[in-house]
Ligand binder design. Structure first.
Ligand SMILES: [Zn+2]
Length: 191
């Protein structure tokens, strides 16, 4: 379930014959893809739980596109300010896409840097950020899914339903490798 991004990972951009939608000039892709992403974004923005993520995406001018994601369903790359949803999710429908945008949009708006003094503090902050992203994801999914089911989105809702402490324990397990890699990456950066 490591479907989501981690800071510092490179996202491969698709060829740039991108068409932008009129809505906010930030959605890339062919016409059908752009329409699909626009409608997902509108769905996100129309929910109370999704509005903060939608606003963050707008305020940061973050690009939204389909593309290659190294196995993740969706990722946000802060270095390019792009959210990339896996090409394999093109047929997912706007409710599922809005749910992924809720997660990635939470990362876009996240403005609390992770503490770097110890691994434990770093891991705690990392997990807290993911937890908030999962929580937004779950709330948006619950608001928009109707009769739809989706393995990933349903799993996220189930994790969040267990309460914060248990959800964070699960998230830490899911992301342990990413947390370690990110920690090493931060520690090896020349200061
Ligand atoms: Zn995430």
């Amino acid at each position: 379930m490591e479907q989501h991004h981690e800071n510092g990972k490179k996202v491969f951009k698709e060829e740039s014959d991108a068409t932008r939608t009129p809505q906010d000039d930030s959605i890339q892709g062919g016409t059908n893809d752009a329409t699909e992403l626009s409608s997902a974004f509108e769905k996100l923005e129309a929910t109370d739980a999704g509005r903060p993520a939608a606003n963050a995406i707008k305020e940061h001018g973050t690009m939204i596109q389909f593309g290659e994601t190294e196995g993740a369903i969706a990722q946000f790359d802060p270095s390019t300010n792009e959210i990339t949803i896996a090409n394999g999710s093109k047929e997912s429908g706007s409710a599922v896409l809005a749910t992924h945008l809720a997660h990635e949009g939470t990362h876009v708006g996240w403005d609390k840097p992770h503490r770097l003094d110890s691994f434990e503090e770093f891991a705690e902050d990392y997990v807290d950020e993911e937890y908030q992203a999962f929580k937004a994801e779950s709330e948006v999914w619950n608001a928009v899914k109707g009769q739809e089911t989706d393995k990933t989105c349903d799993d996220v809702s189930e994790i969040i339903a267990q309460g914060e402490a248990e959800a964070k324990r699960i998230i830490r397990q899911i992301y342990l490798d990413d947390i370690r890699q990110s920690w090493l990456w931060h520690r090896s950066k020349p200061s």
